[in-house]
Write a new protein. Structure first.
Length: 287
């Protein structure tokens, strides 16, 4: 098996973003405790990578016949015949068990949350994608769990900071994913996926995307509102949210694939900037 095939099976870029989000939240949780356990940080990164990879492998096993129908996925290892479902299943189970063990060794709640994320992503969100746009709401839950898992891995419990980290990533996912769904709608429909809010590229989908991007503005300010972050994170979050909102307005106004693509790339920039600012500002406040 080639590395390129394995990287496609685990959706390497998506997995990297998930692990990045969890690792930043781990550092935030560590600062809340007053110290950073770097060995546990490494365990979180490795365990998070394995758990996310397993969830993605299960997703591709379930969708193997649908992946053959879409241009962007037909070269994945299972639909292209470079890997069979048995091999992918063994890899997925192995990574899932190893990752859950590592995360569970940090604390029980982290391990339970990781199992919940796999089950919800692979066995609830994945089959719902062909049935209803509600799949995006279901998928936003496991999609927002990485920062919660990262924080709990360090802090040991769910508190207000953990919920804020979860909330920001939860709301962010709607404009992020709907922008992707708008760009790829033609390809998605080849497999019968219904992911845009109204099921189509139209004014209704653009309006709903704009509304959720608008909701993100106050949500992104929660660290400052609740005094977990200072004015620096509040200012940067506000600027990033307004730029993101302007891009969503562009989609609302033009309703084109190009406008959706700008919103999509804006979403890729938004989350890491806001999370890193929260980390740096929170460290400053703790000191």
């Amino acid at each position: 098996m080639k590395w390129s095939d394995f990287s496609k099976l685990i959706k390497l870029r998506l997995t990297f973003l998930v692990v990045f989000s969890a690792s930043i939240s781990f550092l935030i949780g560590s600062r809340a405790n007053g110290h950073i356990d770097w060995i546990n940080w490494v365990k979180l990164i490795v365990g998070g990578f394995l758990v996310t990879s397993a969830a993605n492998a299960f997703n591709e096993i379930i969708e193997k016949d649908l992946d053959k129908l879409m241009k962007r996925t037909m070269d994945r290892p299972i639909p292209s015949g470079k890997m069979n479902t048995g091999q992918a299943l063994v890899l997925g189970l192995g990574m899932g068990m190893a990752g859950t063990y590592l995360l569970g060794s940090l604390n029980l709640l982290t391990g339970l949350l990781s199992v919940f994320s796999i089950l919800l992503y692979a066995f609830a969100y994945t089959p719902l994608k062909r049935k209803s746009p509600i799949a995006v709401f279901v998928g936003a839950i496991p999609g927002a769990l990485p920062p919660l898992i990262g924080y709990v891995a360090a802090h040991g419990k769910i508190d207000e900071i953990a919920l804020i980290l979860f909330g920001i990533q939860f709301v962010w996912q709607f404009p992020h994913f709907w922008a992707i769904a708008w760009v790829l709608d033609d390809d998605y429909k080849l497999a019968g996926f219904r992911l845009l809010p109204t099921g189509n590229r139209n004014l209704g989908s653009a309006v709903i995307t704009f509304i959720f991007t608008l909701i993100l503005v106050p949500v992104s300010l929660l660290p400052t509102i609740y005094n977990f972050g200072g004015y620096y994170v509040g200012g940067v979050s506000l600027v990033c949210s307004l730029i993101f909102l302007y891009q969503a307005y562009g989609l609302l106004r033009m309703q084109t694939i190009e406008a959706a693509r700008k919103l999509m790339f804006g979403s890729f920039m938004y989350l890491p900037i806001v999370q890193l600012m929260f980390l740096f500002d929170f460290i400053g406040k703790v000191k």
